[in-house]
Design a protein. Structure first.
Length: 323
């Protein structure tokens, strides 16, 4: 019997069945639990109701990370990045509806929203990276990318539920870019550039546990009540007073995909502000469980290869006998 395509496919099916059986004996019934937040994790709290759209954070981010202005008009006068990209890792976007007369109002209003890496507690990008170019610091929780280790597969781009990692498609030797929470500044005692320059305290830096407490304080305070807001860091004594906003009663990033270290507050629903509605279970927890079941100890690949090898040998032997 000659080794036809049909016979080969039959052999592959048999090998796959053996692999599936092997995987079935090792795959747990449920996905693993989400990874937990490191005790000393740091992050950002972005409050859309305090943002005035000055984009000082965008400029400071470029200076701190050596990225160049990005133009979306022919004049090339202003830095007009439309979203995060291979040239821009932090951007301020604007929501507007109807007459756009009222700030932080869904109907006939407008609002600003920051886009950058959220630094997931259980990051999909780290989970899928085959060469560990994406890493999560076990102490700070910062999700980082090491260009020297990257092979350019871009799995992280596909895996990220927030569409954060970006690629330099216009360069002969491209790199992947994302916010790394200015870890180079943290190493010398400074805070992230975006939080340092924000004039209203719309972006705050600090321990994630303290940022969550601050977010809960704001969302739990009645709208219109005079409230103090710190600048730069969450425990700052540099504060200013203003009437508390009417917030959406949810801190975005508190639960999404197992939680994130950049937290968001808004007066307009987050889905209107460009942030997707997501479940609490991280994609990484589910995907890694499936992968461990299939590839744990390489049982399934070995079984598949053995099945294909056996069929190839059998068909070759039959072919020789026919001759």
């Amino acid at each position: 019997m000659a080794l036809s395509r049909r016979n080969f496919l039959k052999g592959a099916a048999a090998g796959s069945a053996a692999a599936a059986c092997a995987a079935a004996t090792t795959t747990p019934a449920d996905a693993r639990e989400n990874q937990t937040l490191p005790p000393k994790a740091v992050g950002l709290l972005y409050d859309s109701t305090l943002c005035v759209g000055c984009k000082a954070c965008v400029v400071a981010c470029r200076d701190a990370n050596d990225t160049k202005p990005e133009f979306s008009t022919d004049e090339k006068i202003w830095d007009t990045a439309l979203d995060i990209s291979g040239k821009t890792i932090t951007v301020i976007k604007m929501y507007s509806e109807g007459t756009g007369q009222h700030k932080d109002q869904e109907k006939d209003g407008f609002a600003f929203m920051k886009r950058s890496c959220l630094h997931c507690v259980d990051p999909s990008c780290v989970s899928v990276c085959p060469v560990s170019a994406m890493t999560k610091d076990p102490v700070t929780g910062i999700v980082s990318h090491e260009p020297a280790d990257c092979i350019g597969c871009r799995y992280c781009i596909v895996a990220c539920p927030f569409a954060v990692p970006q690629f330099e498609f216009d360069k002969p030797f491209p790199k992947l870019l994302k916010c790394q929470l200015c870890k180079q500044r943290l190493a010398v005692g400074k805070i992230p550039a975006c939080a340092e320059v924000c004039p209203t305290g719309a972006t705050l830096f600090g321990p994630v546990t303290a940022l969550k407490e601050e977010a809960a304080r704001r969302t739990g305070t009645p709208a219109g009540q005079p409230t103090n807001y710190p600048r730069k860091v969450v425990d700052s004594t540099d504060v200013h007073e203003r009437p508390n906003a009417k917030y959406v009663q949810h801190t975005y990033g508190a639960t999404e995909m197992g939680g994130t270290q950049m937290l968001l507050l808004s007066g307009v629903p987050f889905e209107k502000m460009g942030y997707p509605t997501l479940r609490e279970k991280s994609y990484a927890a589910e995907a890694e469980t499936i992968q461990d079941g299939i590839y744990g100890g390489f049982v399934a690949p070995v079984a598949l290869f053995a099945g294909l090898l056996y069929m190839a040998h059998k068909n070759t032997k039959n072919h020789d006998e026919e001759e």
